[in-house]
Design a protein around this ligand. Structure first.
Ligand code: IVH
Length: 684
């Protein structure tokens, strides 16, 4: 065996190897995703996830051109021709569009166009919907539809004339003199039709489609035109490639002409300059969910066809048009770390640190991973490429992990044994999904969270004492328990010394603190932050026990005897008041002047001993608020109607409870009657 001498070969740097590994993995995954999407019509990733992986590969290829594969998936325009259909070469290639994502990109696009046209004048633009379907090119010979071809790879597409002819809003015969007309546009499946199709597929147990575009693509790729005919497809024309009458010189005129010939066209409008585009884009983005079909952005086109010709193309994209896409709601990025945050009740929440990524129009760097159970469900590790979703105003979350892209040095996200803030032991909840710091109020993280809760609007309602001040005062040793809030006035000079806290603001803050001393017992109980005690339970406890001292001495049994309080909450309450530290804080609060009106003795309240039920929806306030008002009058509010029910309040759309009350002969109050009743007690 001859020995091989490797010593003269250049040894690649480990960093380089890491990059090339990543590029290879990305290319492989993109190919798989493209195959699933274009060929099988069964996407395995959201478009925006595909797009962000693709942009990552493009960036790596730009930074390391030597490592780029010759036939990288970044180099193809789109699909592949299926062999079951006849391939047809396009007379004029079907290209794609560049993208702009914000006002600055848009201004750049306009600036480049003006520079190229060598003009200082504003350019007139035409704006149209970017329909989310699939592009087809149609040929009409002497007015008759003779050929329909998909985009395919841009140069060659699939012949799908028979399927296209089944589309109802598409004219098969048109009144034109032109021997040849070539029209391009988008085939879409309207949302309503898509939903109906999927409902039917579900009932029949056949394949459902991921989105309307895939449903449209799948429908056109059927060899049996009967299937396409049964699908709710529509065609919208957006450009005339050959055969436009010469006197028509703008894109908007071309669309009007198409419309006159009987084609549907996407909504469009003309803007005299680039300026109004942004505002229109935002309006349309806000309204898009009301449209009958899906659009994924706006296409901005230079309106003058002469100018379009002058501007020409840059590789595969026109210089005279661009796509202003709506922000993607999913994107991929790397999870670069994980931290554990400690909340008010000591719950440990894992927070993922991300390589910053733009999703839903916002840069996201942190993402909640909820709890240890969720980490296990996702199987996520630090180093993983993750799919992050941010739809509407929902907090961003990780919805998937691309395990094929996991690097060799990925590390598991481990639950710490000790609290990262106070080093107390971490304990797992019974279901093994939630973890908690056992340090309770010695834990600084739990202390600040408890302070933030205490001052919140529905608790002691101290305006002006925001999270940042609490954290800062806490860090400076001014606040450790909630009672310290009422001692802040002794540190006035020090408060004024705080950055950005002017004399006046300190006055206001101390004023708000002073005011909050006059409170109501339910607010104070809620503000103490006892586990399991929300606003409603706090209200219940206040009415049941009347005096705070009674509540503090209550046994688990007496608490459990209250309807709506379970054994776990009862334990939490007993545990809370058994703590000497908590007893001290409560005593301090009272010493410092926190007070509340003495409640009427329970038996003296007007509705004592009565059980009420509320059903349906009320106009004046929520059912919860209505319940609080009744409880303040001494009534019990129950969840179901029985023969012991004293009154049923029935709002709009009351259902089974109303029927039951009627059958049992329980007195029913309408909302108006209920309000009149409350007014008698000054409770409305
Ligand atoms: S014009 C030279 N107008 O977007 C390119 N395209 O990435 C001309 N699309 O494949 C395209 N709505 O399928 C144009 N109003 C519209 C469009 C539109 C959707 C699609 C089209 C194309 C892709 C470009």
């Amino acid at each position: 065996m001859s020995s091989v001498d490797n010593s003269s070969k250049p040894i690649s740097e480990p960093a380089d190897r890491k990059v090339s590994d990543r590029m290879r993995q990305l290319a492989k995954l993109l190919r798989e995703q493209a195959h699933a999407y274009y060929v099988l019509d069964e996407p395995i990733a959201e478009d925006s996830a595909y797009d962000s992986l693709r942009s990552e590969l493009v960036a790596l290829e730009e930074a390391h051109p030597k490592l780029a594969e010759q036939d990288s998936p970044t180099k193809s325009v789109g699909g592949q021709v299926l062999d079951k259909f006849i391939s047809v070469a396009h007379d004029v290639p079907m290209l794609s569009l560049s993208n702009v994502f914000n006002a600055a990109d848009l201004a750049d696009f306009d600036r480049r166009a003006r520079a190229r046209l060598n003009t200082e004048d504003s350019i007139e633009y035409e704006l149209e919907y970017k329909l989310d379907g699939l592009a087809v090119s149609l040929r009409y010979e002497h007015g008759k539809l003779t050929q329909a071809v998909t985009r395919g790879d841009g140069a060659t597409g699939e012949l799908i004339t028979s399927n296209i002819k089944t589309i109802r809003n598409l004219p098969k015969q048109i009144a034109t003199e032109a021997p040849l007309l070539e029209v391009r546009g988008e085939v879409v499946m309207p949302k309503a039709g898509f939903e109906k199709l999927n409902r039917e597929a579900e009932l029949e147990g056949t394949k459902t489609f991921a989105n309307p575009r895939n449903a449209a693509a799948g429908s056109l790729r059927q060899l049996d035109p009967g299937i396409a005919a049964s699908r709710p497809l529509a065609f919208y024309g957006y450009s005339v490639i050959q055969g436009l009458p010469e006197q028509l010189t703008t894109q908007s005129a071309a669309l009007n002409w198409l419309r006159d010939l009987g084609f549907s066209v996407p909504d469009f409008e003309v803007c005299k300059s680039v300026n109004p585009i942004l505002e229109r884009y935002e309006q349309i983005a806000a309204e898009r969910s009301n449209l009958p079909f899906e659009i994924d952005g706006m296409v901005i086109k230079v309106n003058s066809l002469t100018k379009q010709e002058e501007l020409g193309f840059l590789s595969r994209e026109p210089r005279w048009a661009t796509a202003f896409k709506f922000p993607a709601e999913q994107a991929t990025t790397r999870l670069i770390g994980a931290e554990w945050q400690v909340g008010r009740t000591g719950q440990l929440t894992p927070v993922g640190k991300l390589e910053p990524v733009l999703v839903g129009g916002v840069t996201v760097q942190n993402v909640t991973l909820h709890n240890p159970g969720e980490i296990e469900r996702l199987g996520v590790m630090v180093g993983d490429t993750v799919v992050v979703e941010r739809a509407g105003d929902v907090i961003p979350k990780v919805v998937g992990v691309l395990k094929d892209l996991r690097p060799a040095d990925a590390t598991a996200i481990e639950l710490p044994k000790q609290c990262p803030v106070c080093a107390s032991q971490v304990v797992m909840g019974e279901d093994e999904a939630l973890a908690r710091c056992s340090g309770a109020l010695i834990c600084p993280a739990q202390q600040t969270a408890a302070l933030i809760h205490f001052v919140s609007r529905r608790a002691m309602d101290i305006e002006g004492l925001g999270d940042r001040w609490i954290e800062s005062f806490h860090a400076h040793g001014l606040l450790s328990s909630v009672a310290d809030i009422y001692r802040l006035k002794n540190h006035k000079e020090q408060l004024i010394g705080f950055e950005k806290l002017a004399d006046k603001s300190v006055e206001n803050l101390l004023g708000a603190i002073e005011q909050s001393k006059k409170t109501a017992l339910p607010r104070l109980i809620f503000g103490l932050g006892i586990r399991g005690v929300g606003e409603r339970t706090a209200q219940l406890l206040a009415t049941e026990f009347g005096e705070l001292t009674n509540l503090m001495q209550a046994s688990a049994e007496s608490l459990e005897a209250i309807h709506d309080i379970g054994s776990i909450t009862a334990e939490f309450i007993v545990e809370f008041f058994a703590s000497p530290r908590n007893q001290q804080v409560i005593a301090d609060l009272i010493d410092l002047g926190v007070h509340w009106p003495k409640p009427l003795a329970k038996t003296d309240l007007p509705l004592s001993g009565q059980s009420w039920v509320i059903t349906g929806s009320l106009d004046a306030f929520s059912r919860d608020v209505a319940g609080e008002k009744l409880m303040a009058l001494g009534a019990k509010v129950a969840g179901s109607v029985s023969k012991n029910t004293h009154r049923l309040v029935a709002g709009e759309k009351a259902g089974s409870k109303l029927k039951k009350a009627e059958s049992l002969g329980v007195t029913v109050l309408s909302e108006a009657e209920f309000l009149a009743f409350l007014a008698e007690f000054d409770q409305s």
